[in-house]
Design a protein around this ligand. Structure first.
Ligand SMILES: N[C@@H](CCC(=O)N[C@@H](CS)C(=O)NCC(=O)O)C(=O)O
Length: 106
């Protein structure tokens, strides 16, 4: 899986709720995942000319926006917004059995 972040995965930040990219990363690690972290640099609120890095271009293509964090799961699911990534991580601990796909007899 890939996690697109801004400049890093630090958790401390002078803003309520902490650092969104760090929160997303920590939740994935706590759930047992080891995402490939792609530092995107730039600044999402600025026009595209400031966001020409690989990460920002890929994020824009995936979500229509330059904002990070964005998670791309091993199944290709794209999850944006740090809170949704945290929820995804909690719902998908690493090593958990895959959904049964219909149960016995399916
Ligand atoms: N509501 C968003 C906020 C995301 C956010 O503020 N991301 C920070 C980077 S951690 C930011 O500066 N985003 C603008 C950018 O992409 O540069 C979330 O929680 O995911």
């Amino acid at each position: 899986m890939k996690l697109y972040v801004c400049y890093g995965t630090f958790t401390a930040a002078p803003r309520p709720g902490g650092h969104p990219c760090g929160n997303a990363y920590r939740a994935l690690r706590e759930a047992g995942h080891d995402p490939e972290v792609i530092r995107s640099y730039g600044l999402g609120v600025l026009p595209g000319i400031f966001n020409r890095t690989r990460g920002r271009r890929e994020v824009k293509k995936l979500t229509g926006s330059y904002t990070v964090p964005v998670l791309v799961t091993d199944d290709g699911e794209v999850v944006g917004e740090s809170q949704r990534i945290v929820e995804w991580a909690r719902a998908h601990p690493a090593g958990a059995a895959a959904p049964a796909g219909g149960g016995p007899g399916a």
